[in-house]
Design a protein around this ligand. Structure first.
Ligand SMILES: Cc1cc2nc3c(=O)[nH]c(=O)nc-3n(C[C@H](O)[C@H](O)[C@H](O)COP(=O)(O)OP(=O)(O)OC[C@H]3O[C@@H](n4cnc5c(N)ncnc54)[C@H](O)[C@@H]3O)c2cc1C
Length: 309
């Protein structure tokens, strides 16, 4: 069978595209190299629906972040996926970091993030009593939220399949050739033909793109390790608590999860060689403990449920 559209990769991006194609009169094939959906970065991230003060103003990412945040509540309600608009803080621990908060605030206003405020230490502690003693101010973004990212992916894929879409797992794409207007996609589950191919294969997107032509982008595969703590620790944070971002990303956060646990992490480590290595390391986990303790002082690490990356 020849499909109108083949999507390579059934993470949250591929599944969202498949879900959004349901109303159109097109045949759609969703392929993944794993035996299920949501087996990549989608199942192992911080689960934050960011407010949108971080992306550079004027970029597509800035516009889509703020618009996506706004749409997320209804999307999750439609799909019965847990979502909570709990709000987020970015903490400042020094005067220099207060300036960073002001920069993030200005950027957020330009991006259209609603209701941003800079809080002094007193107001911050009223809203989040367990906050680390050294925090002197915070950027408050009430529109930030938390979600269950793998359920968001799974629900969209399920509705797509129930509406006639096709998902094929164990179908690693190993080559793509174009003859005339048709792409032939070679996979571990056989060959498929499609008029259009959408690549949504996460950290493999550049490698798969190479089958057709050289990509004009480069993926920098970056591993982040986490602690997931028991529900008895879940009340230690009512908001997503970030520290000031650095050139390595958004830094270590402490946040509640939609299931009532506490999540701490991630680290940020560029991987060479096996870019899908999801090991955790004693060194990086120690780094999380040390950094998270600045944000929330009394985390009981012995109540760890598991580590992942
Ligand atoms: C540490 C960390 C924390 C993050 N925290 C957040 C956060 O809090 N909020 C947020 O919005 N974003 C966060 N992100 C980013 C977010 O996780 C990703 O943007 C998102 O998961 C990407 O989804 P995806 O579908 O593109 O990729 P993936 O979920 O990785 O899915 C790609 C899919 O492609 C498949 N695939 C790969 N190669 C092939 C092939 N050759 N053939 C067939 N299938 C293939 C894989 O099996 C996989 O299922 C974080 C990322 C990291 C690393």
């Amino acid at each position: 069978m020849k499909y109108d559209i083949a999507i390579v990769g059934a993470g949250v991006v591929g599944a969202s595209i498949a879900y959004n194609l349901i109303p159109y009169d097109v045949s759609v094939l969703l392929l993944d190299k794993n035996n299920d959906v949501a087996m990549g970065a989608t199942r192992a991230n911080s689960a934050i629906i960011h407010a949108g003060y971080d992306p550079k103003p004027g970029t597509l990412m800035a516009r889509l972040n703020v618009e996506g945040n706004r749409l997320c509540e209804k999307l999750c309600a439609d799909l019965s996926v847990p979502f909570k608009r709990c709000g987020s803080f970015v903490l400042a621990f020094s005067d220099a970091e207060r300036n960073t908060l002001q920069d993030l605030f200005d950027r957020g206003v330009k991006n259209g993030v609603p209701d941003l405020r800079i809080l002094d230490a007193e107001e911050l502690r009223e809203m989040e009593p367990g906050i680390g003693e050294e925090a002197v101010a915070a950027l408050y973004a009430p529109s930030a939220g938390i979600v269950n990212p793998w359920e968001l992916c799974l629900a969209q894929a399920e509705v797509f399949v129930r509406n006639g879409g096709e998902f094929i797992g164990n179908a690693e794409v190993t080559d793509i050739q174009k003859t005339g207007d048709i792409y032939t996609i070679q996979t571990g589950a056989g060959a498929f033909e499609a008029e259009n191919v959408i690549l949504a294969c996460g950290i493999q997107a550049d490698a798969v793109h190479e089958f057709i032509e050289k990509p004009d982008f480069q993926i920098v595969p970056t591993r982040g390790e986490y602690f997931l703590l028991d529900k008895c620790e879940g009340s230690k944070a009512a908001h997503v608590i970030f520290q000031c971002p650095s050139e390595k990303g958004k830094g270590v956060l402490v946040a509640p999860t939609v299931h009532g646990n506490l999540i701490c992490g991630p680290t940020s480590e560029v991987l060479q060689g096996d870019i899908e290595d999801t090991a955790t390391t004693a060194e990086k986990l120690a780094e999380i403990k040390q950094k998270a303790a600045l944000s929330v002082g009394n985390i009981s690490w012995r109540d760890n449920v598991r580590n992942f990356s």
